[in-house]
Design a protein around this ligand. Sequence first.
Ligand SMILES: Cc1cc2nc3c(=O)[nH]c(=O)nc-3n(C[C@H](O)[C@H](O)[C@H](O)COP(=O)(O)OP(=O)(O)OC[C@H]3O[C@@H](n4cnc5c(N)ncnc54)[C@H](O)[C@@H]3O)c2cc1C
Length: 431
Amino acid sequence: MSNRKFEVQAISDEILEKLSLKNRYSFIYTNLMGILSAEELAFFKEVQKFCLNYEKKHNITHGPNEDIYEWIPDFGKAGYICRVHKFEELDLNYEPHGLMAEFLKTLAIDNFDPQFTMGAGATILAVNPIQAHHEKIPERLDALKDLVLGQAPGCICITEPERGSDAVHMLTTCDEQDDGSFLLNGTKIFNTNAPKAKWAVVYATAEKNNGNTMAQFLVNTSWDGWNCERVNIPWVPKVYLGKETFVNLRVPKEYILGPVGKGREHLFEGLVPERIGIAIKSLCECWGAITHAIIYSNMRKQFDQEVLKFQGVGFLLTDFWAKTTNLTRAIVQFSKFYDNLVEKFGSDTNIPRNLRQGMVANASQLKYQATGLSEKVCYEAGNLMGGAGLCDNTLMHDYINMSRIGEIVGGSRQIQQYIMSMSLRQLFKIL
Ligand SMILES: Cc1cc2nc3c(=O)[nH]c(=O)nc-3n(C[C@H](O)[C@H](O)[C@H](O)COP(=O)(O)OP(=O)(O)OC[C@H]3O[C@@H](n4cnc5c(N)ncnc54)[C@H](O)[C@@H]3O)c2cc1C
């Protein structure tokens, strides 16, 4: 029996049992055998095993009253919050690590619980800039350790009530003090995890609307001047987003990750991994949703036949199965290429400018297509399950809801298209 908690059971025992996490993992694993190496499959299986045991041991039902933030320390202890880096400076020495490892870890965890993946994933947005700019300063390394080991969630604060897509022209200000500290004043919004976070990476400008004067700060949310209210996003009721008002929030100089003038560069540096991370999350949603629909339609009978056998169902599923598989190959290829570059140049930030520029366009292409595919796949997979796809008996309602978020976060669909069209101008200019 699936241990999902729901009000009223709408799906038969037999089908619910087949939709178990173990079976869904098994289906995806088999699909990836022609794409992943033996080592990659082994790591994917390792994280699956952890999630299966965790679900069983803690009797996790994925029901509405569970607090996903309570699980973060256990996943951190197991080394499953962030696998992008090795974290040698924290003596963690993760193997495997890199974007490919992050993809495999996310695929396993997202199938376990998609809302948990979003909350845990947003911490990585704070991890990346601290990892890139800690300069071995103990205060920064302590924060990094908290985040990576799951002792505290993290968040990034870019978006403001009046500056969303136009993030470069910020209104939040930073004023340098005689002792080298800064005072932050302004308002941020829609920051995933902010009400639960201990550490925040915050962007502000010395002069309003002037991106050249942007700086990047690491903030402890217990400091005076950090005021946070929860913004409710009904599609992800278990994830906490914040609206923060900074009132003379003092940031000591040890916590300045990027001085005035460096903030914009640091902000753009973080956008490639963030967009790829969203593309990965969306792809994982595609796998989760089609796996549910494929298992369901192979068992559900109408007109005395399994509904998969009707072309209207079967052919639609094959279309999305092919697109999901092909997108997987694209993300795997990008991840390996990126990991090779990081290995060759020592770190993400050392990758030469011309190669980085290509990756900016690639990251937008992948984010654009993966989020668009997730929105279609999750809706249609739910649709192919009829009422069963819309009720609360499975994770399908999470997939349908969450797939509507991907196109907005990390830069909207239109902004990705704008970035890609700028790249087309650049490419034309070299002719
Ligand atoms: C669930 C969720 C999680 C989020 N997490 C974070 C987070 O952790 N940290 C953070 O800082 N922010 C976060 N955000 C904010 C997110 O990045 C912004 O919502 C997003 O960048 C869009 O900004 P906006 O909402 O102000 O929309 P606007 O910028 O006001 O856009 C409104 C519409 O106009 C379109 N538009 C705007 N400019 C152009 C243009 N030049 N050309 C064509 N169309 C355009 C947009 O595509 C959109 O359709 C999150 C948002 C959500 C919903």
